[in-house]
Design a protein around this ligand. Structure first.
Ligand SMILES: CC/C=C\C/C=C\CCCC/C=C/C(=O)SCCNC(=O)CCNC(=O)[C@H](O)C(C)(C)COP(=O)(O)OP(=O)(O)OC[C@H]1O[C@@H](n2cnc3c(N)ncnc32)[C@H](O)[C@@H]1OP(=O)(O)O
Length: 298
């Protein structure tokens, strides 16, 4: 895919230079055990089944798998490593943290930091989206917990979503509830999944949907009991992998390329937009109020 080609160069350069690995105290090498391979960079664990060509990526950044700069960098590099591995055809994205898929973007990365930091953070968010939404692999989200905002975006980037059938777990793009605005590419990803009107309702209200409602709304494709999420994802994966890769990949590209190209074309403008928006005093105040409420609910 065009966007993949653009993206691959920078992440691959970092991957090959080992800059990221050195920063983490050593290269994230594959560990082999029978038919399994695994690597971990700290916040992400990847287990690959060589017999099926399916990798399971587990987010393990407690307490809530919030997407900070370190996490996003590890995520993109791990994904790139799988993308360039020809034996890997499918990816199941899930969480190793109980009851949480991902709490979305780390709010502390968007509060009280320098403009340079906001720009680096937003570039990393964009990169995560470009890589996951544009992946050539079959991607299935095994949503085993709550998944607000950026966590919902990650799930929406996948080709298929299976969620634990627990009404305590909710998913949605709730940005307006924080007093912030989901950018156009978050919106495009949701429109491509549930359509324009449902997206407008959902985004304006900043709606979080408990699992059963998320299924009705089309935000997720299937609900299964909590302890069956991984096995259901594996079963769905084998169905998806029965389709010839080249035909499925070209079809995926046809569906997603317009949205991907749109961000690729305006990447720098989107970063500048984010920085000027997020650094406003009124927005910083809204985020502070939201964080205070989160802490007070305990
Ligand atoms: C014009 C437009 C132009 C450009 C764009 C402009 C704007 C930018 C748009 C940015 C898009 C933003 C996307 C996002 O993802 S924003 C993040 C949204 N996330 C949330 O709202 C989630 C909030 N969290 C929760 O609801 C709950 O924590 C959760 C996930 C349901 C788990 O609940 P629970 O198990 O009870 O855990 P706690 O609430 O007690 O949380 C534990 C601990 O984690 C801290 N925390 C939670 N979420 C976050 C987060 N997202 N970032 C940072 N920290 C988080 C929480 O405060 C607790 O911390 P403590 O120190 O008290 O233990």
């Amino acid at each position: 895919m065009a966007a993949q080609a653009v993206l691959r160069s920078s992440a691959r350069a970092r991957l090959l230079s080992g800059a990221f690995c050195a920063q983490r105290g050593g290269p994230a090498l594959w560990q082999h055990h029978q038919n399994q391979r695994a690597f971990s960079n700290g916040k992400i664990l990847v287990e690959m089944d060589e017999a099926t060509g399916v990798a399971v990526m587990k987010m393990k950044s407690p307490p809530v798998n919030s997407l900070n700069l370190d996490f996003l960098t590890e995520f993109s590099i791990s994904l790139e490593k799988l993308e360039i591995d020809r034996s890997c055809r499918g990816l199941i994205l899930t969480s190793a943290v109980s009851k949480i898929f991902s709490a979305g973007l780390d709010i502390t990365e968007m509060s009280g930091k320098s403009n340079e930091h906001y720009a680096a953070f937003w570039r990393a968010v964009q990169e995560m989206w470009l890589k996951l939404y544009g992946s050539n692999m079959v991607t299935i989200a095994a949503i085993n917990g709550s998944s607000p905002a950026g966590g919902c975006l990650m799930a929406l980037c996948c080709d298929y979503r299976i969620m634990a059938d627990n009404p305590k777990f909710a998913i949605g793009l709730n940005e307006t509830q924080l007093g912030i605005v989901a950018p156009f590419w978050f919106k495009d990803t949701m429109i491509n999944t549930i359509g324009n009107r449902a997206t407008e309702l959902s985004l304006q209200l900043g709606q979080m949907y408990p699992a059963p409602e998320a299924l009705k709304f089309g935000l997720v494709d299937k609900l299964v009991p909590e302890d069956k999420v991984q096995s259901a994802a594996a079963a769905a994966m084998s169905q998806w992998l029965s389709v010839p890769d080249h035909a499925r990949q070209l079809t995926k590209s046809m569906m997603r390329k317009p949205a991907i190209d749109r961000l690729v074309k305006q990447r720098e403008a989107d970063i500048n937009n984010f920085v000027s928006f997020i650094s406003k005093d009124s927005i910083q105040k809204s985020l502070q109020i939201y964080m205070d409420r989160l802490k007070q609910k305990k």
